[in-house]
Design a binder for this molecule. Structure first.
Ligand SMILES: Nc1ncnc2c1ncn2[C@@H]1O[C@H](COP(=O)(O)OP(=O)(O)OP(=O)(O)O)[C@@H](O)[C@H]1O
Ligand code: SF4
Ligand SMILES: [Mg+2]
Length: 333
């Protein structure tokens, strides 16, 4: 099936500073990242804090900070071929954002205007991309609020953000993101700021919206349980690099990369004996100025051999559609 989104060799680099560790060396935050998302698919992007997940989504949206240097290709299908989002000019990209691409962030309060009614904010998102009357835009906003299961939507549309709970505000963000039926919805830790019960409700809602509207999603989380809930395929990132990619089944039932194995062993599950401490992966993610030259996971890896420290290991196909960046494990399979 042709991809809806194809990311090819994406790199995001920041200029180094003489006064910071690394002595002015450029900092490579996302390195040679490639993946695809098929229409209707949800790809889960997982990795510890600092692995480059948010920068990947910001690169796709062309929302990186100005000092970031980005290269590679981000191809979004347009019916006839594809647009390379890294090469679209500002006005074309602004038109595309909110119409063909939409994003939900972790903290809705930072993305909502505190002095504007939530219904007006959604209606404004409609009018930014469609020539419709204020009345029509307002009606679409209320419908979108009904789509995200906000009770009494017509009345709540007149509320200001502070009058809504955190869960309801996140539903407003989702309504704003889907109101123009984007081709791709990017959700970056959309439930991390919410308490556990509300988190489950919002995840369930996203699942329902996917089924109802055939949404294609890039779903980002550091939490494997959240990823397991929503994703069809999973991409695992470590220190800016893709280390494993496969179907949810492949990643959860037979993880091939030692880092993914460690993440799974350290993730709490319903079956976890709460009295026993969880296994954690020893050590921490290296800071960008100190990423090892060979396999980035080498200092933390219990399977390492001398060759691991020498060169960047390639991504190898372990089984059809299942890729891992570890020649040592691959040789044992
Ligand atoms: N403007 C910047 N200048 C320099 N380094 C940056 C900048 N923005 C991000 N970084 C670094 O790039 C790396 C990746 O950041 P990113 O925000 O993508 O991580 P993440 O995987 O989303 O983590 P989290 O789970 O904490 O959200 C981090 O080490 C971060 O410190
Ligand atoms: S390449 Fe070596 S260090 Fe890296 S994950 Fe595989 S075994 Fe571990
Ligand atoms: Mg992030």
């Amino acid at each position: 099936m042709p991809s809806l989104l194809e990311v090819r060799h994406l790199q995001v680099e920041f200029p180094g500073s003489q006064s910071a560790p690394g002595n002015g060396k450029p900092l490579m935050a996302v390195r040679d990242l490639s993946f695809t998302i098929a229409p209707g698919e949800a790809l889960g992007l997982v990795g510890e804090s600092g692995s480059g997940k948010s920068l990947t989504s910001l690169a796709i949206m062309q929302l990186l900070p100005s000092q970031a240097r980005v290269s590679g290709e981000v191809l979004l299908a347009n019916g006839k071929g594809s647009d390379d989002l890294l090469r679209l000019a500002g006005p074309a990209m602004r038109d595309l954002r909110g119409r063909r691409l939409a994003m939900i962030f972790q903290e809705p309060m930072t993305a909502l205007n505190p002095v504007m009614r939530v219904g007006s904010q959604i209606a404004e998102a409609v009018r930014a991309h469609h020539r419709v009357s204020r009345r029509e835009a307002w009606d679409r906003a209320v419908t979108a609020m009904q789509d995200v299961a906000i009770p009494d939507a017509a009345r709540r549309a007149r509320d200001y953000p502070h009058q809504l709970s955190g869960g309801m505000r996140q539903r407003i963000m989702i309504a704003m993101a889907i109101v123009n039926r984007p081709q791709l919805l990017i959700a970056d830790e959309p439930t991390t700021a919410l308490d556990v019960t509300v988190q489950a409700q919002v995840l369930e809602l996203l699942g329902e919206l996917r089924a109802k509207f055939g949404l294609t999603m890039l779903f980002i989380s550091h939490d494997l349980a959240v990823i397991a809930n929503l994703a069809d395929r999973v991409a695992v990132m470590y220190a800016g690099n893709l280390v494993e990619l496969g179907t949810k089944q492949q990643i959860f039932a037979s993880p091939a990369h030692p880092y993914t194995q460690g993440l799974l062993q350290s993730a709490p599950s319903l079956a976890t004996d709460r009295k026993r401490p969880l296994n954690t992966i020893e050590g921490t993610v290296p800071p960008l100025h100190a990423v090892p030259p060979g396999c980035a996971f080498e200092p933390r890896c219990r399977f390492r051999v001398a060759a691991c420290a020498q060169g960047q290991p390639p991504l190898l196909e372990v089984h059809p559609g299942h890729w891992a960046r570890c020649p040592v494990i691959n040789a044992q399979l």
